[in-house]
Design a binder for this molecule. Structure first.
Ligand code: ADP
Ligand code: MG
Length: 219
């Protein structure tokens, strides 16, 4: 089930630094929204708040109307595991696990037969054209293959919303386009809500709507 997200007067402070200042926005179910802004404007910090990776100093994040500030660390971890996908610029794969094992990793704590978990991971490998890379460690994959594994891993629990932080930032333009097409297809075909931080105004043009961040404020 796809998810909506709402930020209300959201603030984050680190001592004297306030990278997120009184931010308000709503992303509706099934929308693809990009977040643009210069380096250091607070985009990654904001993403970590709305994705339930970090707590806000002030204000609220509502995921389908549920206030994340009321969630304990354990509840947030379950919420992330079962409902949220993450794709980062630097892939964040586990270097000692194979492509298949990386994709299956979020299923380890899930109650499901081992064979079913493997089947689910294999299905995603095939979907992302990685079947012949199943046993490869991340170090033996190209950048595009690593990001495809990361996207497959993000999808293993069928999340309703995917947060991406510069998902094409470490890829050449052709590979970046391939990765973007995969993410777009998830939004178009599966109606997965997509919130993407990007520097790339060409990507922003493909989204339904863009938000702009500057000095911690969003417009
Ligand atoms: P962007 O993703 O737009 O480049 P960031 O959200 O990474 O920006 O950073 C915004 C500001 O917040 C920067 O000045 C950065 O140094 C600061 N910042 C981010 N995380 C922390 C942290 N954990 N502790 C202190 N300052 C931080
Ligand atoms: Mg950033």
């Amino acid at each position: 089930m796809n998810k909506s997200i709402e930020a209300i007067k959201l603030c984050k402070r680190f001592g004297a630094i306030e990278p997120v200042k009184q931010v308000n926005f709503t992303i509706n179910r099934g929308e693809f929204v990009t977040l643009l802004g210069p380096s250091g404007s607070g985009k990654s910090t904001l993403l970590s708040l709305v994705a339930g990776l970090d707590h806000a100093t002030d204000g609220q994040v509502l995921l389908d109307g549920q206030d994340l500030s009321r969630f304990s660390e354990d509840e947030l971890a379950l919420l992330r595991r079962d409902h949220i996908g993450f794709v980062f610029q630097s892939f964040h794969l586990i270097p000692t696990l194979s492509a298949l094992e990386n994709i299956a990793f979020p299923l380890y704590p899930v109650k499901m037969a081992v064979r079913k978990k493997r089947d689910r991971a294999r299905e995603l490998l095939a979907q992302f054209d990685l079947s012949d890379r199943s046993d490869h460690l991340p170090s033996r994959l190209s950048g595009g293959e690593r990001q495809r594994v990361a996207i497959a891993r993000a999808l293993v629990n069928r999340p309703g919303i995917i947060f991406c932080d510069e998902p094409t930032g470490n890829l050449d333009s052709t590979t970046g386009k391939e990765i973007l097409d995969l993410l777009l297809k998830l939004n178009t075909d599966k109606k997965v809500t997509l919130f993407m931080v990007t520097h790339d105004t060409n990507i922003a043009k493909l989204s339904h709507r863009s938000l702009y961040m500057k000095d911690g404020e969003v417009s």
